[in-house]
Design a protein around this ligand. Structure first.
Ligand SMILES: [Zn+2]
Length: 343
């Protein structure tokens, strides 16, 4: 509370925006710097507003209960979330995920210095952040400040394929598996095994011909020669990811891979990955090891409103509770410090 009110010396007293028009320009920016100050005070400070994951409940509230940040102060719905929480979170995401801390801090300080003792309007913030960083942020302002769209990226499908092997035995095993495992597990096969034995060739060996013993998966001599003549490439796997945008908000895409040996790898794609098609894209990633887990937004930086569709394979570490959940108001009324003194 004190951190927040001290911040108002700067927003809107020194960087003198018009609170009657745009509440978010002082409350949102102030809540953002409040978050930074809280973390400098205590890295475990339980910040209520600022981190991306804290805004998720608001972002998924019904569209009829929301208006864009760029709404005149008289007409705002959900005042605290709209004018404090969401702009503070947007700036935090701009800092952590879009621009990076160093570039963001330079651009934000440029805004503060340029507009100290002047009267900035929203466009002055938007333009200053762009020209000081040298980064086109139109898509970001449009999505976060002019719409009520939310982040819901979904990892719809994963396909993994081993890159071509030059080892004849491995290739033969791969062909044999792919050629036989569908027939082996088909429901009719199991039932036929139980009901059709003995078959005609079981009873009458003379009925068998060349193809009953021919191994169609064995590599021919010329196949082996051809493999020998090839130059070995990298070993590893192609990971084909089908990703869709269900929330509408355009955001960078962060993909975390975990491998069998526990090591990890992260791919970061800028928002421009959606430039050709806003609804979905397919990306194929070559990696030397095979992923056993793939997750969108592994560091909770995009405010994704549905993380169940972010993980492959599906997350099963979920529990239900026998105890009734305390509402936020009940939690606030309680006084753990007083309770501890009584006991
Ligand atoms: Zn305030």
């Amino acid at each position: 509370m004190i951190i927040h009110e001290v911040g108002h010396n700067f927003f809107p007293m020194i960087i003198n925006s018009d609170e009657r028009q745009w509440t978010w320009m002082d409350e949102g920016l102030n809540t953002f710097v409040q978050y930074l100050a809280e973390q400098e005070w205590d890295i475990h400070y339980p910040a209520r507003r600022g981190p991306a994951y804290r805004i998720v409940d608001y972002m998924r509230s019904p569209a009829m209960n929301m208006v864009p940040i760029m709404t005149n102060s008289e007409s705002i719905l959900q005042f605290g979330n709209n004018a404090y929480g969401k702009p503070a979170t947007a700036l935090n995401i701009l800092r952590e995920t879009v621009l990076g801390r160093e570039l963001f801090d330079y651009a934000f300080k440029t805004y503060c210095e340029r507009w100290a003792f002047k009267h900035p309007a929203p466009a002055d913030l938007f333009r200053t952040m762009e020209d000081a960083s040298g980064v086109d942020l139109d898509w970001f302002w449009r999505g976060w400040f002019y719409t009520t769209e939310f982040t819901d990226q979904s990892l719809d499908k994963v396909r993994i394929a081993a890159v071509p092997t030059l080892d004849p035995a491995t290739l033969e095993a791969q062909r044999r598996y792919e050629g036989t495992h569908d027939q082996a597990r088909h429901i009719g096969q199991t039932r036929n095994e139980a009901t059709l034995r003995p078959t005609i060739v079981d009873n009458t060996p003379a009925a068998s011909d060349f193809y009953n013993s021919y191994d169609r998966y064995a590599l021919s001599a010329s196949d082996k020669k051809a493999l020998e003549a090839m130059e070995a490439g990298p070993t590893g796997y192609l990971h084909e990811l089908s990703i869709s945008n269900k929330g509408g908000l355009i955001m960078p895409v962060i993909v975390g891979f975990t491998f069998e040996d526990g090591t990890t790898h992260v791919e970061r794609y800028p928002a421009e990955i959606w430039i050709k098609h806003e609804e979905s894209f397919v990306k194929t990633v070559y990696l030397p090891k095979k992923a056993v887990k793939i997750e969108l937004d592994p560091y909770l930086e995009t405010a994704d409103t549905d993380t169940y569709n972010n993980v492959w394979p599906a997350d099963v570490n979920v529990h239900l509770e026998a105890l009734p959940e305390r509402s936020r108001w009940e939690s606030w009324r309680s006084n753990p410090m007083r309770d501890a003194q009584r006991n």
